[in-house]
Design a protein around this ligand. Sequence first.
Ligand code: FES
Ligand code: FES
Length: 176
Amino acid sequence: MPKAERRTISFTLNGEPVEIVVPVHRYLVDVIREDLGMMGTKRACDQGVCGSCSIIMNGLLTSACLTLAVRADGASIETIEGLGSLEAGLHPIQQSFAAHGATQCGYCTPGMIMSAKALLDENPDPTVEEIKHWLTGNLCRCTGYAKIIEAVRAAAEGRTEPAVPISVPTVKAIED
Ligand code: FES
Ligand code: FES
C-alpha cells in the first residue's frame, strides 16, 4: 500500500509552539488528542454536529473533527486545557459551569465551554436567546441545557455563583 503523503506543520497550541509531521488526511482532533495528548477535546459524532470537539482556531469556533490538521499550519489554537485547570486556576466560565451544576457526565462540557468562550469573546453581554441560539451546535445528553445557559449568562455578568444557591444531594453510606 502506498504511504500517505506527510507534511510538517507548526502552530501554537494554548500559547505553546508545536511542530509535528502529519499525514495529509489526518484530522486535527486526532492530532490534538492522540499525538499531543490533550484529551479535553472530545470526539463524539465525528460529523460536525455535536460540538464535542469544539476548539478556537484563529479566534473562530471550529470543529476539530472536520478540520484537516494541515489546515492548522500557522494557526493559533485554543483548547479547554488553555483556559484553566484546578492546578492553575479555573477560567470564570469553567467556575460558572461548576457552580451552576452545568455539567453531569462532562463529555460535552469542554466543547460547551469553548463555544461559550467564543461567544463571550465576540459578544460579552449576550441575551438568553442569543446564548440559546449560539449553543445550538453543542449537544448535551444530560443536563437539559437550562443550567448551561444560566452558567453562560452568569459568566457574562461577571459572577460565577448562581443567583439562587443550588443544593447538591449527598449520598449516605448504608450502614450495616
Ligand atoms: S465530534 Fe466534532 S462535532 Fe461532533
Ligand atoms: S453533561 Fe453529559 S452530555 Fe452534557
